[in-house]
Ligand binder design. Structure first.
Ligand code: FAD
Length: 334
C-alpha cells in the first residue's frame, strides 16, 4: 500500500530503514523527512481510420480495437516522411519570470496531436541572420486527446536562439514543428511505482506521464516526484502537482528542493541529495516493478544518473542512482 504515512519519520531515517510504496506505511510526513534531512545541502492531416492508411493506427499496431471516438480521431503528427508542419501560434500564457506556455493550433480543429506518451516534438527556426536553422526538442504538456492544439511550456535562455525566438513570437506567427519523437513508451501499470527526478523544465516529460497515469482509472501506478528548482517561482506546474497530491494522496507524492528557498520553506534546500533519494525512492530490490525517470539540466544528469551519450543512447548509469544500487535498466533518462 502506498499512503502518505508511507514515508518514514525522522527517527526511521537515522536507522536507515528505507520505506516506501511497496511496503506498508508506518507514519511520517514530507515535513518530517525534510526536517530529518535539513542539515544536508539538501496541413499533414492523417485520418487513422478513414484513409488509405500508409502508417498504421497505433492501436492496430498493438492489435487492439479502438473503443472511443477519440481513438478514431484525425491526428496531426505522423512522423516518417511527413516533415515539419507549419503551425500558427494560437495563444501565449505567462507562467513566471522566464517561462511561458505556448499553444499552437493543429491543422484542423478536431485533430489530435497523434503523440503517444511519452513523446516530444522538434521545432525548427531560421532567423534572417542565421546560416543554418536551429532545431530544438520540446515536450508537449497538453493531453494527448486534446483537440485542435498542442501546448508547450518553454523557459527562455538568454541568447538561446530557439527559446528567445519563441518568447518573441506574436500570436498568429507560425513555427515549424515535427513529431512524434518517441521517448519512453508508457503503458498502464507497466511498473508498480515510478520515481521521477526532474530539474526545471525537465518536469515536462514527467508531467506527460503523470497525466496519462492519473487520467486513466485503470492505471494504478504510484508516483514519487523529486523536483529541483532555483527558487519557488521556478516551480512549474506547481498548482497541478499540488492538486494531484491532494486528489491521490495514496499514489502521488512530490518533494521539492530549492537552491534559493524563501524563509520558512518546508521543502529541501540546496541540490537534490543522495540522502533524499535514498529516503523517498522505491528500493532497487523492487526490480522491474519500479522505474526511475530523470530529466533536467546537464549538471543534474551528471550528479544523479550520468548523462545520455546521444538521444538514442542512454549511456552508462552513474552518479547517485548507481551509488544507491539501481541498475541501468531501472533508470530512464529523458
Ligand atoms: C527531449 C527534450 C525535451 C525538452 N523539452 C523541453 C520543454 O518542454 N521545455 C523547455 O523549455 N525546454 C525543453 N528542452 C530544452 C530545449 O530543447 C532547448 O535546449 C532549450 O529551449 C534551449 O534552447 P535555445 O536554442 O533557446 O538555447 P541554447 O543555445 O540551446 O542554450 C542556451 C543556454 O542555455 C543552456 N541550456 C540549454 N538547455 C538547457 C537546459 N535544459 N537546462 C539548463 N541549461 C540549458 C545552454 O547550455 C546554453 O548556455 C528539452 C530538451 C530535450 C532534449
Amino acid at each position: 500500500m502506498f499512503a502518505r504515512q508511507a514515508f518514514r519519520p525522522a527517527a526511521a531515517l537515522r536507522h536507515n530503514v528505507r520505506r516506501y510504496a511497496t511496503e506498508a506505511p508506518k507514519g511520517g510526513s514530507n515535513a518530517a523527512i525534510y526536517a530529518a534531512l535539513g542539515g544536508v545541502a539538501l496541413g499533414g492531416a492523417y485520418y487513422y481510420m478513414n484513409s488509405g492508411a500508409v502508417t498504421p493506427h497505433p492501436l492496430k499496431e498493438e492489435g487492439k480495437t479502438p473503443k472511443s471516438t477519440s481513438e478514431l480521431a484525425k491526428v496531426a503528427f505522423i512522423g516518417g516522411e511527413q516533415g515539419f508542419l507549419s503551425l500558427p501560434l494560437e495563444s501565449v500564457e505567462t507562467i513566471n519570470h522566464n517561462t511561458k506556455k505556448f499553444r499552437f493550433s493543429l491543422p484542423e480543429a478536431d485533430m489530435e496531436s497523434g503523440l503517444r506518451v511519452a513523446s516530444a516534438v522538434i521545432t525548427k527556426y531560421k532567423g534572417p541572420e542565421m546560416e543554418k536553422p536551429v532545431i530544438r526538442p520540446y515536450t508537449p504538456v497538453s493531453d494527448t486527446d486534446a483537440k485542435g492544439h498542442i501546448d508547450l511550456i518553454i523557459k527562455r535562455y538568454p541568447n538561446g536562439p530557439m527559446s528567445e525566438h519563441l518568447h518573441n513570437m506574436a500570436v498568429g506567427q507560425r513555427l515549424d514543428i515535427k513529431g512524434p519523437i518517441p521517448k519512453y513508451p508508457w503503458a498502464p501499470n507497466k511498473h508498480e511505482h515510478v520515481a521521477m527526478i526532474a530539474g526545471g523544465t525537465g518536469i515536462t516529460p514527467m508531467y506527460q506521464v503523470v497525466k496519462a497515469i492519473f487520467k486513466n482509472p485503470e492505471d494504478k501506478t504510484k508516483v514519487t516526484l523529486v523536483f529541483g528548482n532555483i527558487s519557488e517561482d521556478d516551480i512549474l506546474l506547481k498548482h497541478d502537482l499540488h492538486e494531484l497530491e491532494n486528489t491521490y494522496p495514496q499514489r502521488f507524492r512530490a518533494f521539492y528542493v530549492l537552491d534559493n528557498p524563501p524563509e520558512n520553506w518546508q521543502g529541501g534546500k540546496g541540490h537534490v541529495t543522495k540522502e533524499l533519494l535514498k529516503t523517498v525512492l522505491p528500493e532497487p530490490k523492487e526490480g522491474e516493478k519500479i522505474k526511475i525517470f530523470v530529466c533536467g539540466p546537464p549538471g543534474m544528469y551528471k550528479a544523479i544518473s550520468g548523462g545520455k551519450k546521444s538521444p538514442a543512447d542512454q549511456g552508462e548509469l552513474e552518479g547517485m542512482l548507481k551509488e544507491l544500487g539501481y541498475s541501468k535498466d531501472q533508470v530512464y533518462k529523458f
